[in-house]
Design a binder for this molecule. Structure first.
Ligand code: NI
Length: 257
């Protein structure tokens, strides 16, 4: 079974054919965790999870929008988090590549949502771009909940991977489409160092489309290409990789078979 642990079906790039895409996901017999980035997408993620048994949801404020975080938004997150199939707070973190929100606000809101997840007893889904050292420092200091964290679309160095594993805070690593790219040498060398029981697969659709569809819109069914690539890197069958990564994610997010 395939489990796409990070999708944005609520993105406007699915407005024209969202229902068709949902049908296609259903026919594949896969699971999808849809991630919120702001108020609207968090709310819609929870609605999807309520409506379809193969969808789960994460709710939270992306670092791009952290300047818009308010007490009112936090109240909404607390309310949504009570829903049975809202299984994580995310995506939250730091993005020092785009800097769409000031860095001091990104840090403040990241830490605030780590504490919120602790209070709600949920794991967190982390977005970290051009901020690996700072993300590490914040997790080291603030992540207290044994439910842990997943670093989404993980593409940091083997050295950073080892530092995260040494933290002993139930940290997981989710791999996305770029692992299939021709120029992904550093990534394909790092990935097999991730213990198999700590790895998830994801699309981050509509972004990060894997080969052979690179350049087109991504969708959850393409997570199969990530599983294929990992099967090559770990020397396991694609079915084994699909099952292991799905079981890992279900255990981590507290989803029963
Ligand atoms: Ni995302």
């Amino acid at each position: 079974m395939l489990f796409d642990t990070h999708a944005h079906i609520t993105d406007e790039r699915f407005n024209e054919d969202r229902d068709l895409m949902i049908d296609r996901i259903k026919r594949e017999g896969m699971l999808v965790l849809n991630c919120g980035c702001d108020e609207k997408s968090s709310y819609l993620s929870a609605v999807l999870a309520k409506r379809y048994d193969f969808f789960y949801a994460a709710v939270g404020m992306h670092p791009h929008d952290s300047k818009d975080y308010t007490d009112k938004f936090e109240e909404l997150i607390k309310k949504l988090a009570k829903e049975e199939k809202v299984v994580a707070i995310g995506e939250i973190g730091l993005d020092f590549y785009y800097d769409n929100s000031p860095r001091d606000i990104q840090r403040e809101i990241f830490i605030r949502q780590i504490h919120l997840a602790d209070e709600l007893d949920l794991p967190i889904i982390i977005h970290s771009r051009d901020a690996s050292e700072e993300t590490y420092k914040i997790l080291k200091e603030h992540l207290k909940n044994p439910k842990g964290a997943v670093l989404h679309s993980f593409s940091q160095s083997t050295e950073m991977l080892k530092k995260y594993l040494a933290l002993d805070k139930n940290i997981h690593f989710s791999i996305s489409g770029p692992v299939t790219f021709k120029n992904a040498r550093a990534l394909t060398e790092m990935v097999p160092n991730i213990p198999l029981e700590r790895i998830f697969i994801e699309t981050d659709c509509p972004y990060l489309t894997p080969v052979p569809f690179r350049g087109k819109r991504n969708n959850p069914t393409y997570v199969a290409y990530v599983a294929d690539k990992l099967s090559e890197l770990y020397g396991r069958t694609t079915e084994e990789i699909a099952d292991i990564t799905a079981e890992n994610a279900m255990r981590f997010f507290g989803i029963k078979a």
